[in-house]
Unconditional design. Structure first.
Ligand code: FMN
Length: 187
């Protein structure tokens, strides 16, 4: 079974986090594109959509295809998930199950409605999100949190996501035999 990361990113921060998670899990990344938020007036339209609670048209590139589970991601805008990600989640019934969520935001603090947004689209069992501040995403310290989240995804997906690499398992030495190393090092 395959799992895919689908991310919206206006300025590249959440995309970078998605790529780090992809590096830990082997999951391929698709992007949510939002034509209305591109170009010179795009940011104005993005702010307007966020303030008015509108969700714009989107496309996913490359398409979700045969993925059987999703990790979705995007930035916080005005305390909520950015509208293009909300648009994707509004179609959750037609999507593979969402098993993980990654979010970036510029500021720490209360007043975020991320969990509430997730519950409204995904129900009471919405996965807990990995939330990083924008400046944390490129830092080496973030690696542990991304790795922990990758581990939790692996547990959630097992045995569904066969595309997630597993830690190498060294064969147990056979009982009663001492491993022999030849002098020429050929084992
Ligand atoms: C329209 C808009 C609204 C935003 N609102 C918030 C906010 O409420 N809280 C916050 O911490 N950051 C806010 N930010 C900052 C982004 O969440 C942050 O820079 C994020 O890491 C950007 O991710 P991206 O590069 O993937 O788009 C906002 C950014 C934009 C463009």
């Amino acid at each position: 079974m395959t799992a895919r990361i689908v991310v919206y990113s206006l300025t590249g921060v959440t995309r970078r986090l998605a790529q780090r998670l992809s590096g830990e899990t082997g999951m391929p990344v698709s992007e949510i594109r939002c034509p209305a938020h591109a170009g010179p007036l795009g940011l104005l339209r993005a702010v307007r959509d966020a303030i008015l609670g509108r969700v714009p048209e989107i496309e996913v590139v490359p398409p979700i295809g045969a993925a059987e589970a999703l990790v979705v991601g995007g930035p916080a805008w005005f305390g909520r998930l950015a509208p293009p990600l909300r648009k994707l989640l509004s179609q959750a019934r037609r999507l593979p199950p969402v098993v993980g969520v990654i979010v970036t935001r510029a500021h720490a603090g209360s007043g975020y409605r991320i969990e509430r947004d997730l519950a409204s689209f995904l129900g009471a069992h919405a996965p807990g999100p990995l939330v990083l501040l924008s400046h944390e995403v490129g830092q080496p310290e973030a690696r542990g949190r991304v790795r922990d989240y990758a581990d939790s995804l692996r547990e959630r997906l097992t045995p569904r996501a066969a595309n997630l690499p597993r830690p190498p398992v060294s064969p147990a030495p056979r009982r009663g035999r001492v491993p022999v190393t030849r002098r020429d090092g050929s084992g």
